[in-house]
Ligand binder design. Structure first.
Ligand code: PAN
Ligand code: ZN
Length: 189
């Protein structure tokens, strides 16, 4: 695995496959999140514990070498594999930026959603290829695969955003996202 480039970095041309799980080029860190990394997030704890026997990969985050420092704009492609835990769709851990920094997501392939929560109000933005989801500063965010193929999106964020995962464990995300008879079922919690 390569690491973030050391600044100052040069302008660069970055390529990626829109439909295939592949590293970005040039590539930076690639993060793999398995079921065991998602402790405390799914509603059905027993079903989550049973899933640990297999410990499947839930999502991957492939970055470019742009460093996470003030002034830079790092990018990454997240691929969330399809599936559920007792009907609750596969999702990212979710986080709040530690500084008031916005972010954009661009849907690349598959279908999913961007769940946002400011501590009071949850918002749900359905995502598909070509859709930009805008995350304002002060909104925690989580991505969910609501389809039956990998859901992939590009994220671009200020390098000094910071990632607070405990915020989500403390506050939740306002909704849980389940597979229901009529499609995506958002359940308040
Ligand atoms: C994204 C996320 C990525 C994985 O790049 O970090 O989708 O989600 P978690 O970080 O919640 O596991 C982003 O929002 N960066 O700021
Ligand atoms: Zn973020």
């Amino acid at each position: 695995m390569s690491t973030f480039a050391t600044p100052p970095i040069d302008p660069m041309r970055i390529t990626f496959e829109t439909r295939v799980t592949a590293p970005m080029s040039p590539s930076g860190p690639v993060l793999t999140r398995r079921m065991s990394d998602l402790k405390g997030l799914f509603a059905d704890t027993s079903e989550w514990e049973r899933s640990l026997a297999e410990d499947r990969v839930v999502y991957e985050v492939a970055s470019t070498p742009v460093p996470e420092i003030e002034g830079e704009l790092p990018q990454s492609i997240t691929t969330i594999h399809p599936g559920t835990v007792a009907g609750e769709f596969h999702m990212t851990k979710g986080h709040m930026h530690t500084r008031p920094r916005g972010e954009i997501y661009l849907g690349l392939s598959g279908v999913g959603g961007l769940l946002l929560f400011d501590g009071n109000r949850p918002e749900w933005i359905p995502m598909e290829p070509g859709v930009i989801g805008y995350i304002p500063p002060g909104w925690a965010h989580r991505s969910v695969n609501t389809g039956d193929e990998p859901y992939r999106f590009l994220a671009v964020y200020p390098g000094d955003s910071g990632h607070d995962y405990d915020w989500v464990l403390r506050n939740g995300m306002g909704y849980r996202v389940f597979s229901g008879p009529a499609g995506t079922d958002l359940r308040p919690f």
